[in-house]
Design a protein around this ligand. Structure first.
Ligand SMILES: *Cc1c(COP(=O)(O)O)cnc(C)c1O
Length: 439
């Protein structure tokens, strides 16, 4: 019998996160204040919990995962399986070996619980009473609402109107966890009021929702803000994905030549890739890293420069590959991939030539067809964002077939798509009943 699911027991779950900062070829350019206006750096302690700031600046190679957080990870179903995609390999007739990490087993539907849990836990530890955040596709808001309900702390979510207006199920899911959810721009903040005055039906953007959540947190000393991607501490927490995967490859007696995931802000890509990238830097083995992106937001092909993280310029400047913080990006079904900048850590790795990208067309048909192939062969319904990771893995495996190369590919399936069927229906033209199904 072949063993295609490589599982770890809770006892085998890594007990520390990996921090790549000390292993980067060059020091990471630090966050900075802009030349004019109030200091954003001085605002940070008001906005983030102490532990989160400590993790953001940390230069230790390993950071211990508190026992309580480990227990919550186990509650959330960690460790997660690494699965050999044997049926997909067969369909593609490729000599490549394909493995995928099953982050779709998350209770809320995405890898984002990996940082939501420690962030909520640290806020509660510090005696805070409420967290504020933004969400785009809705996955981050749900993950943080879940984590807040587990640790017993309130949460306010500002949700980009372009997505909130048609995703009623996600809103209700967050509400079931006890979250207060507002469409963004909202009338609860100054920036929101200003934008609504200009346009009462303003569609919003992630950058605007971040501005609202920040403004809310700054004005309440018992509240703290939380971000679900981009920053160093988020990527640190997400390394649990790659650390588990490394152990699973030891069990499989294999090692990946190609590491793939989709990239919006960089947290699931970084989570999987960073432990392997650290190995490559320290041991010189030859691994290829590929970030799959949408033509709607190809931030890794932007310019490497200091830019704000939000629309209203309330955050410090971060050195990152960016399309510009007020860039208007067309809406896509994989809305979680639509952010103007890539995480500073991933940007630094890209600047060293260690991260490649593949950009898929914005109509999403190419990508979703490959998700369909994955569904038919492997049986799991991916999130629309994860479909990009799958498409890139399939394209690499086909390349291996054409060149007759026996490479090992690992890709992350960052979430499930059970709440995203409307998106698949639109793009794939799925019918209401068999008689009306498109051909
Ligand atoms: C948010 C999200 C992404 C994109 O964000 P990253 O920080 O780049 O990982 C990808 N997949 C899923 C399922 C998401 O929810």
């Amino acid at each position: 019998m072949t063993q295609d699911h490589i599982v770890l027991s809770p006892y085998e779950m890594p007990d520390r996160w990996y921090n790549i900062l000390p292993d980067l070829p060059r020091p990471l350019p630090p966050p900075m204040d802009p030349k004019s206006g109030p200091s954003r750096m001085e605002m940070l302690p008001q906005v983030f919990s102490g532990k989160v700031l400590e993790h953001e600046m940390c230069t230790d190679r390993y950071v211990k995962i508190p026992k309580e957080v480990r227990e919550l990870y186990i509650q959330a179903g960690r460790p997660r399986p690494l699965i050999r995609a044997r049926r997909l390999e067969k369909k593609l007739n490729t000599p490549a070996k394909m493995y995928y990490k099953a982050e779709f087993y998350s209770p809320t539907g995405s890898h984002k619980v990996n940082t939501a849990i420690p962030q909520a836990y640290f806020a509660k530890q510090q005696g805070l009473e409420r967290m504020t955040t933004e969400t785009g596709a809705g996955q981050w808001g749900t993950a943080l609402a879940y984590a807040c309900s587990l640790v017993g702390i309130d949460i306010t979510v500002y949700w980009v109107r372009a997505a909130s207006s048609w995703k009623l199920g996600r809103r209700n899911f967050m509400q079931m966890y006890g979250a207060e959810v507002y469409d963004s721009p909202s009338d609860r903040t100054e920036i929101g009021q200003r934008l609504l005055q200009e346009d009462p039906n303003h569609e919003g953007s992630l950058g605007i929702a971040i501005s609202e959540a920040l403004e809310d947190a700054v004005s309440d000393e018992k509240a703290v803000y939380s971000l679900g991607s981009v920053l160093n501490h988020v990527l640190l927490h997400q390394t649990i994905i790659g650390l588990e995967t490394k152990k699973q490859f030891e069990i499989a007696e294999d090692h990946p030549d190609i590491v793939i995931s989709c990239l919006g802000g960089g947290s699931n890509f970084g989570g999987l890739a960073i432990p392997f990238a650290g190995d490559m830097i320290n041991n010189g083995n030859d691994t290829k890293f590929i970030a799959a992106q949408s033509e709607a937001a190809p931030n890794l092909n932007g310019t490497y420069e200091y830019d704000f993280g939000d629309y209203a310029e309330q955050t410090p400047l971060l050195k990152m590959y960016t399309l510009g913080h007020q860039c208007v990006m067309p809406s896509i079904k994989a809305d979680g991939l639509r952010y103007h900048g890539a995480a500073p850590i991933i940007s630094a790795l890209r600047n060293e030539g260690l991260v490649d990208t593949i950009i898929y067309p914005r109509d999403e048909e190419y990508v979703f067809k490959r998700a369909e192939m994955f569904v038919q062969r492997e049986g799991f319904l991916p999130a629309p964002e994860s479909a990009y990771s799958i498409a890139a893995a399939i394209d690499e495996a086909r390349g291996c077939r054409d060149r007759n190369e026996e490479k090992t590919i690992v890709f992350n399936v960052s979430g499930h798509g059970f709440m995203d069927m409307d998106g698949y229906r639109d793009i794939l033209g799925l019918g209401q009943s068999n008689s009306s199904a498109s051909t």
